[in-house]
Design a protein around this ligand. Structure first.
Ligand code: ZN
Length: 224
C-alpha cells in the first residue's frame, strides 16, 4: 500500500482514487509545490532577520539562534522529502513537519513588529550602564552591530544591544550610557534606544528632559 504524493490518500492502483492523478503526475505536482513552499519559507527567512531589527528585542541573538535551528531543520526536511519522494517512500510525517515550519518566520516577524509597534513611548524606562564591548559583522544588506553593556536584568551579566551603525560608531568601550527599554505589547522586552550619560545618573534622554520641563512649568502638579 502506497500513498498519493499529491493528496496523501492511500491507493492500491497507479491512479489515486481521491485526486485522480497517476503516480507520475502526483510526483510532478508534489515537486512543484515543494519548490513553491521552499521559496515562501526562504522569503520569510530573509525577512525575519531584517524585520526583527525594527523593534529589536533584548534577547534578539537568542531568537536568531533559535530561528537558525528552525531554518536548518526545514532545509534538511526539504532534502529528505525530495529523496523519499524519488524513492517512492512514505513522506506524510516529513511533509507535515515541513508544512508546520513554513509560517514560523512570518509568525515571528509579525509578533516582534506588533510587540514594538503597539508599545507606547510612555513605557520606556532608562537604565544607566556602560559599554563593555562592541561587535560588528558586516553583511550584504546591513551588518550585525552589537553593544555589550552590563545588564540591569536579574540573572544576566550582559545585554547585547542591537544598535544601528550611527550608535555603533558613536559609542566606545567605557562610555557611560543610558539604555531605553520598553516592556513590549506582547511582553517581549525590546531595546528602544541608547543615550550618552554626560553626568552619571543625572543626564536624561531628550523626551525625559521634556517631561521634567513640563513638571517645572506647572509647580502645582502633584509630586511623586
Ligand atoms: Zn491523490
Amino acid at each position: 500500500m502506497t500513498r498519493c504524493l499529491d493528496c496523501g490518500s492511500q491507493r492500491s492502483s497507479d491512479q489515486c482514487p481521491v485526486c485522480g492523478l497517476t503516480s507520475a503526475a502526483a510526483e510532478l505536482v508534489f515537486r512543484r509545490r515543494l519548490v513553491l513552499q521552499t521559496a515562501i519559507f526562504l522569503a520569510g527567512s530573509l525577512l525575519f532577520p531584517y524585520l526583527s531589527q525594527l523593534y529589536p528585542p533584548l534577547d534578539l541573538d537568542v531568537m536568531l539562534v533559535f530561528f537558525g535551528l528552525i531554518f536548518f531543520v526545514a532545509l534538511t526536511l526539504v532534502v529528505l522529502l525530495d529523496r523519499q519522494a524519488r524513492a517512492h517512500k512514505d513522506i506524510e510525517v516529513l511533509r507535515h513537519l515541513f508544512t508546520g515550519l513554513i509560517p514560523i518566520p512570518f509568525i515571528l516577524s509579525v509578533a516582534l513588529l506588533l510587540n514594538g509597534r503597539l508599545d507606547s513611548v510612555k513605557n520606556v524606562t532608562y537604565h544607566p550602564t556602560s559599554v563593555e564591548g562592541r561587535y560588528l559583522m558586516r553583511g550584504i544588506v546591513r551588518g550585525t552591530r552589537r553593544l555589550f553593556v552590563y545588564s540591569w536584568r536579574e540573572g544576566r551579566r550582559y545585554e547585547r544591544l542591537a544598535v544601528d551603525s550611527d550608535d555603533y560608531d558613536r559609542f566606545h568601550e567605557g562610555d557611560k550610557i543610558n539604555v531605553g527599554e520598553e516592556p513590549g505589547a506582547l511582553g517581549i522586552p525590546w531595546f528602544y534606544g541608547v543615550y550618552r550619560a554626560t553626568q552619571p545618573h543625572v543626564s536624561m534622554p531628550p523626551d525625559a528632559t521634556m517631561h521634567a520641563g513640563k513638571a517645572q512649568a506647572s509647580p502645582s502638579a502633584p509630586q511623586k
